[in-house]
Design a protein around this ligand. Structure first.
Ligand code: DQA
Length: 144
């Protein structure tokens, strides 16, 4: 059985730590990766942690996850609110999908209130800061 979680991060998340810290906190993406790896280890899992600023690359990775991966955890960042293509790609996988956001988009600007990813996800975690990623790993461990 596959024991690796694919953890995908969308545009601008490479800037975490310096990007709007009052909204996204001071943890870097590397800090979040280390936290995910630790939580995964505690559940006997490993992670493959990636970030891209490009919609098509994220879609390629979702398609790749169909073989050999146990679940997908994804923070699609702004593509959450725009990408029907990402929605379609996530609907095409049979492994669990968990959506995660550092902030709570539904309590921010109106243009963040729609998530095209949520209907394709088994669980959505938002507004818990970087800790939401660790929770997503624990949820994935339960679902697989
Ligand atoms: C985000 C929320 C999105 O609305 C935003 O575009 C992001 C980050 C979050 O993690 O809170 O880039 O996904």
């Amino acid at each position: 059985m596959a024991r690796t979680l694919m953890i995908l991060n969308g545009p601008n998340l490479n800037l975490l730590g310096t990007r709007e810290p009052e909204i996204y906190g001071h943890e870097t993406l590397a800090d979040i990766e280390a936290m995910c790896a630790k939580t995964a280890r505690e559940h006997g899992l490993t992670i493959d942690f990636r970030q891209s600023n490009h919609e098509g690359e994220l879609i390629d990775w979702v398609q790749e996850a169909r073989n050999g991966f146990a679940a997908i955890i994804i923070n699609p960042a702004a593509y959450t609110h725009t990408s029907i293509a990402l929605h379609d790609a996530l609907k095409a996988v049979s492994i669990p999908v968990i959506e995660v956001h550092i902030s709570d988009p539904k309590s921010r600007e109106a243009f963040r209130h729609v998530s095209y990813v949520e209907p394709a996800a088994a669980r959505s975690i938002a507004g818990k800061g970087a800790a939401g990623y660790a929770e997503a790993v624990a949820v994935a461990a339960k679902l697989i």
